[in-house]
Ligand binder design. Structure first.
Ligand SMILES: Cc1cc2nc3c(=O)[nH]c(=O)nc-3n(C[C@H](O)[C@H](O)[C@H](O)COP(=O)(O)OP(=O)(O)OC[C@H]3O[C@@H](n4cnc5c(N)ncnc54)[C@H](O)[C@@H]3O)c2cc1C
Length: 475
């Protein structure tokens, strides 16, 4: 087999790998570029809309890898898996025995799901990650009567929201729902909404409540669930699950707080085939278990010399996405941001960050080849995440849960039942983070207040007073 020679090598066809290829196609189209992708379908981004400079919402879709050839005239696609990386001689070898010589390489191999114990011996424990696993879930959903959901991140939250006509037991180790993304107040907002829907209440009176609190730190970060060698699903993946079963009108949900799953046993001659034991001593019987308990970086190939890894198993990268090994870059879920973070940024393995890291890696790789210095991109100044939870637009900014701020911060809340939930995290009079749920129209103002670190003390609680247009203050 002949050896392929390339200037740039990208490994992985998820959002990070594709973004890296797309950015290199713009920066250096005349140079040879190769992508190794284990799957013929890769990810692409569409419908990009900007709520503010750094707050971006977009859709993620599956597309044929061959469509990338349209954007890069010198692109080669190797449909295979990386098996070994010889970083001294700069040679990559695939499972199929192909060898590729490169100058710079970017590893974008994503993550694998951290399934609960017992998942290996029981095929009724499912992890949601890719199109196939959603299909399997759909089938279970059609035939099942009762499921148990473990995990408290975005995936678990959306499954609870999107599934109908099946009994659900949601097991979480925190004392409030959706702890990855929201705080106890927002959890209450959503739960009140469920309740209103269940009680079939009309919207009725919506009393806005405005409050200021000094809160203690609530720093619960759980990652998202993943599986190997197939790119993760897009933000609206759960829509595939909607309407999979004709509703019988039944929508039962039980949430069990502050517990974990101890064991899962298959049983015969019982009403349900699974018996799940919880750490509080309780047993739950069900048809199947959805395990949505986080991801681990997928470093699923061998090296001549391992680069430095972070404590979460990810490849430690500096602000230019370079690993500890020269000319080896990494981006997306496989990478761990090991540089000194800007005060209002932190890593959470999400689409946006995979895109940001990969574009940064591409710029740095290009800078290396043409021998030009580069600067870290502005997007790493502020953590932003736009998503939909329980049917509401959710925008998270900066240290939205007071992450890492200790006990010395205040929280200003405005909430209107079933309509909006707004939380400002303020330290020393300056906005450090925000949760915006609903159509609040406050995204741009919050972005500016956080990035410019404007002193908000003179405005007091008026900053969230719905009768005062705070933008006027800054005009
Ligand atoms: C069910 C689910 C829902 C999610 N929902 C959201 C959401 O709503 N919003 C959000 O922001 N984030 C969400 N995420 C997280 C998001 O999907 C990830 O952060 C993102 O996909 C990371 O992109 P990536 O390119 O690093 O990795 P991946 O998308 O995992 O892609 C990795 C690619 O590398 C390939 N690969 C792996 N090993 C090799 C190898 N050895 N050789 C060659 N190729 C290889 C894989 O086949 C895959 O194509 C969700 C994740 C899951 C699982």
């Amino acid at each position: 087999m002949s050896t392929l020679k390339t200037r740039y090598l990208v490994v992985g066809g998820g959002i990070a790998g594709v973004t890296c290829v797309e950015t290199l196609a713009i920066l250096h189209p005349e140079e040879p570029l190769t992508i190794i992708t284990a799957s013929s379908l890769v990810k692409n981004v569409s419908n990009v809309s900007f709520y503010a400079k750094t707050i971006v919402k977009f859709d993620v879709n599956d597309t044929e890898a061959s469509s990338l050839l349209k954007i890069h005239p010198n692109l080669k696609i190797v449909y295979d898996s990386l098996k070994h990386l010889d970083t001294k001689n700069k040679v990559a070898t695939t499972d199929g025995g192909e060898t590729i010589e490169y100058d710079v390489v970017c590893i974008c191999t994503g993550g694998i799901p951290r399934l609960i114990a017992d998942s290996k011996k029981c095929n009724r424990i499912l992890g949601i990650r890719d199109t196939e696993s959603v299909q399997e879930f759909q089938e279970r959903l059609t035939n099942g009567r009762k499921m148990l959901i473990v995990g408290n991140g975005g995936i678990a939250s959306e499954i609870v929201h999107a599934t109908k006509g099946i009994q659900k037991v949601w097991v979480i180790r925190d004392d409030y729902i959706s702890a990855t993304f929201i705080d106890p107040g927002a959890a209450q907002f959503f739960q009140d909404t469920f309740k209103n829907k269940a009680d079939n209440q009309q919207d009725g009176e919506k009393n806005t409540i405005l409050r200021r609190h000094v809160f203690s730190e609530e720093d619960t970060l759980v990652s998202l669930n993943k599986n190997l060698k197939s790119a993760a699903l897009g933000p609206d993946w759960y829509r595939k699950l909607e309407n999979t079963k004709n509703e019988s009108g039944e929508h039962e949900l039980e949430i069990i707080y502050k517990v974990e799953v101890e064991s899962v046993t298959e049983v015969e001659d019982k009403e349900y085939p699974l018996d799940v034991k919880l750490t509080n001593g309780r047993s739950v019987q069900c048809d199947f278990v959805i395990s949505a308990t986080g991801v681990e970086p997928a470093v699923n190939f061998t090296w001549d010399e391992e680069p430095k890894k972070a404590s979460d198993g990810g490849l430690a990268v500096n602000e230019f996405q370079e690993t500890s090994i020269k000319d080896v870059y990494a981006a997306g879920d496989v990478a761990t941001a090991a540089w000194e973070h800007a005060p209002q940024w932190f890593q959470l393995r999400l689409w946006t960050q995979a895109r940001h890291m990969a574009a940064m890696a591409a710029k740095a790789m290009y800078g290396k080849i043409i021998n030009e210095p580069i600067l870290q991109d502005f997007c790493f100044e502020l953590f932003t995440h736009c998503t939909t939870l329980f049917g509401y637009r959710v925008v998270l900014l900066g240290k939205y849960n007071g992450q890492g701020l200790g006990n010395n911060y205040e929280i200003l809340l405005r909430t209107t039942p079933s309509l909006e939930y707004i939380k400002f995290v303020i330290q020393n009079g300056k906005l450090q983070g925000a949760i915006l749920i609903g159509e609040t129209d406050l995204e741009e103002m919050c972005e500016n207040l956080i990035l410019d670190q404007i002193d908000l003390t003179p405005f007091g609680d008026d900053i969230l007073n719905p009768d005062i247009d705070i933008d006027d203050y800054f005009d």
